[in-house]
Structures are given as C-alpha cells and as structure tokens.
Design a binder for this molecule. Sequence first.
Ligand SMILES: *Cc1c(COP(=O)(O)O)cnc(C)c1O
Length: 402
Amino acid sequence: MAKNSSRAIGRHLLHIPGPTMLPDRVLRAMDTPIIDHRGPEFAKLTKRCLEGLKTIFKTTNPVIIYTATGTGAWEAALINTLSPGDRVLMVETGQFATLWKNMAEKLGLKPEFIPTDWRHAADPTVIEAKLREDKAKEIKAVCVLHNETSTGCLSNIAEVRKAIDKAGHPALLYVDTISSLASTDYRHDEWGVDVTVGGSQKGLMLPPGMSFNAVSNKALAASKTSKLPKSFWSWDDMLNMNKVGFFPYTPATQMLQGMAVAIDMLHEEGLDNVFARHHRLAEATRRAVKHWGLETICQDPKSHSPTLTGVLLPDGHDADAFRAMALDNFNISYGASFGRFTGKMFRIGHLGDVNDASMIAALGVTEMALQLHNVPIKKGGVQAAIDYLIAEHGSPARKAAE
Ligand SMILES: *Cc1c(COP(=O)(O)O)cnc(C)c1O
C-alpha cells in the first residue's frame, strides 16, 4: 500500500515547470474524433492554429509546427540555417543552455560557451564584447534562452538584440522561449529575433509533443544557403504545405485540436493579463521563499523568472529526498535539480493553468513539506504570499467604490 492514501485522491499538484497542468477545456477539445488530416475541415484547423501562434509569438512571419518535443525545434533552428563548422555564440545560463550547446557540437557546429554561475541571466555586455572581438564576422549565430528552466533566470532579449546591433555584427539571433512562451511577454518581430524556439507543454497549456520555429526573413534567407543536412526538419516543405493548411506528413491531430482552444483561452483572458497573472504568482512564491529564510537560485532581482522559482535548500538537506517525501505525503511534484545544483535545489513551477487559489495550495503544501522534512524555516511564508496577493487585488469593497 502507498505510504499515504491521499496520493490517490483529489488532484495531483503538478508544479514542475513543464509539462504543466492542462485546463479541462483543452482536454475536452482533444477528446474528439480524429479527422482526415488532408481534408477541408483539417485545413481550417491548421490555419486557425498557425494564425493563432503568430499572435502568441508576436510575429507576422510564419511559425512552423513540429511533431516533436522542444529539443527537436532546437535542432531544426540550427540545421535549417547553419553550415558545418559555423561558429555560434551561446550562453551557459544553466542545464538547458548546456544541452543546446552539446547539440550544436554534435551537429558539427563550433559553439563558444559564455560561462555564468547559473544564478544570473545572459549578460548582453559580454555578448557585445565577444561579437566586437570577432573582427572577421565568423560567428553566425547568437543562441540565448529567454527563460532558463533549470534555474529560474529570465534573460532580457531586447537588450541582447541591442548588444548585437551595437557591435554591428551580422549574426543571427536564436532564442529558446520554451518555458516562457504564452506566460511571459515575448516579441519575436519587435526584438528582432531570427529563430524563436517554442514548445507546447509549458505556458501554452498543451501536452508535450509539439514544438515551434518562428522565423525572420533573414533566417529564411539563411536557410537557402545552409549546408547542414536536413529532411524531416526542413522548413521549405513545411512552409509550402502549410500554405494550404496541410503538413508534409501526419501532424499530431489532437494536439492541434487542443491548441486552437488553448490559444482562444489565452486571448479570452488577454495576453497582458496572462503575463500579469504569472508575474503575480511568481512574486507571491518568492515572498513565501524569502519569508521561509530560503534562497532563490536566481540572484538578480531583475532576472527572476515569472514561470518558475528555483529554491536552494540549506546544506545537509537533500532536495531529491525532499521532493520524494513531498510527493509521497502531499501528492505534489516539484522540478528536479541539475548540474552544479544537483540534490541542492527544487523548482516550483508557476506557469500555465495556475491561479491564486492553486498557487496558495501549492505554497501551503510546500510549507508543510519543508517542516515535515525538518528544513529549518520561519513559519508564515504562505501568509506572506497571501498578504501580497490581497494587496495586489485590493479589497473588493474598495474596488467597488472606485
Ligand atoms: C523544457 C525545455 C526544453 C526541452 O524541451 P523538451 O520538450 O523536453 O525537448 C528546452 N529548453 C527549455 C528552456 C525548456 O524549458
């Protein structure tokens, strides 16, 4: 028998930073008969999704949909635009940045990896300096994660763009927005991003298994001369078929059914409200963590992630054991730890279909679990989060009087 029967009852609190909990409305939209993926009804669905995604990436250019996890879209971004031996500048913000760098190496590219301590975002001044050093303009691309999911640091992409421009360097800009898309403001066109990589299973409130490339005209031009081999990932075939509402091969039909509704839901709430909700829940979480006397992994107040918070446990407390205990006793899942923080931290996801109520539940459970695990904390972190949320909402009576 399971240690605690509560595990089987009620909802599992999936507070990992993706995959995220799905709205029932999205699940119901997917629970529908399969239709012909080359029929007229499907073409309408495809077009609705492709147009909808443009509003999420904030681009007027095409967005390409892959039946693949985010990792696939990373690969697609690189191999559609680059050639063997090309130099790329990447920033070691954490585990996910490291995985992307490893992929670039395996693909025959030559990444230069700008180090960080995994507690700060990408530094645009360092990017600018590296590009200025490259007098021969050999660096073909700058790759940055918008939100580093392994630590909870958000990089400022508009500033990275400015750094590239200030250096007068022609490198393309690639941004991974997998764990920030549809939960944090993101502007593919305005920020001059050449390839944006997105994924379905985080802020977009869909299951894992779909990923995206939003592309600029400059990236499309680069794809004409790129020499890395590509077949399944080729943008050309996709863009041609997408024009008439189809794919070169069978797409994940039910995911598209869900996507159309997820995008509707984001617009019904209003994207700015979606972003404000994520900022509010992130701040509430940080207030609780601070009150408990624990440290967030991210050390720069300007870079705190709106979608997840990495929490460092005091020395001598095994974070993996803590997560296992919390799952067993309270049916909650937190994100695991990686690299230099393995066993030292856990990550609280606050993205997707989350609201004040679900967040207070998660923080309440976290405060219980920390105590049960004998982590020395100051009680009352949840109250600190509640106080902040009340202040953010204003009292209903006061609002009515306004
Ligand atoms: C989740 C995530 C990935 C990996 O996506 P998969 O769907 O697991 O392939 C890559 N980058 C970031 C920033 C992520 O959050």
